[in-house]
Design a protein around this ligand. Structure first.
Ligand code: PEP
Length: 255
């Protein structure tokens, strides 16, 4: 049985090395003396701060990145490969986040290439999927989630599924303070599980953890994670506040 997982996506924050060091001080303080029996906690900072995080070697904290490029090396200005991330010592990579789809035009084909690179290099993937407000309004949620899963997971072997966590992040809930009801998350969970069962044997598909992401706070952890029995959460803004982030992790670990 896999552990639950709480992932912090710091996005393009904080704004300087000094502030990141302060963030790490606060995170270390909040975690002091706390044990997490059933939950992995992953922090994904901007890549320029990754080594700072790794050097601290904070108990119970694993390091991840927010994106990778799919090529191994070469003339790809500004890009960072999954192999580089792995060699630096990180163990997780987020892929397919809706902000990357929105601002950098990432589609399923690109996300699939990135996912393959992540797995080939021995990293764990947090694959984000989710429908927009308009798609939900038009009743297309199921169709959209299925299309994203099919495209992103194309040619991914069943043996690799245990290294993938799927984060259901309805786009309308990311950064908005709007959250779905437990029933809506449960419905999405069933759609995802069914789609995966069509693509793989259930036994293999069940190895993937299923997370919720979108405006997660400690006061809604029950609604978005515990009630619909998700395997964890992907946290954006609240992960920038160590007290709140650790509170979310404790709630999830204890329930
Ligand atoms: C995210 O970045 O994946 C996210 C869910 O952000 P927020 O928690 O701020 O909505």
């Amino acid at each position: 049985m896999q552990k639950k997982i709480v992932v912090g996506n710091l996005k393009m924050n904080p704004v300087s090395v000094v502030e990141f060091e302060r963030y790490l001080d606060a995170l270390e303080k909040e975690l002091k003396g706390k044990e997490f029996e059933k939950t992995e906690i992953v922090v994904c900072p901007p890549v320029v701060f990754l080594q700072k995080l790794l050097n601290r070697d904070i108990k119970n904290i694993k390091a991840g990145v927010q994106d990778v490029f799919w090529e191994y090396q070469g003339a790809f200005t500004g890009q960072i490969s999954a192999g580089m991330v792995k060699s630096a010592g990180a163990t997780f990579a987020i892929v397919g986040h809706s902000e990357r789809r929105k601002y950098f035009g990432e589609n399923e084909e690109i996300i699939n290439l990135k996912l393959k690179a992540i797995l080939k290099n021995g990293l764990n993937a947090i694959l984000c999927i989710g429908e927009s407000a308009e798609e939900r309004k038009k009743g297309q949620t199921s169709q959209v989630l299925k299309k994203q899963l099919k495209g992103c997971l194309a040619e991914i072997a069943p043996g690799k599924l245990e290294y993938i966590s799927i984060a259901y992040e309805p786009i309308w809930a990311v950064g908005t303070d709007k959250i779905p009801t437990s029933d809506e998350i449960l419905e999405a969970k069933i759609i995802i599980k069914k789609a995966l069962a069509e693509m793989y044997f259930v036994k293999s598909a069940e190895k993937m953890r299923l997370l919720y992401g979108g405006s997660v706070k400690s006061n809604c952890a029950e609604q978005v994670c515990l009630d619909p029995a998700m395997d964890g959460v992907l946290v954006g803004r609240e992960s920038l506040m160590p007290y709140e982030f650790v509170k979310i992790a404790i709630l999830i670990d204890e329930n």
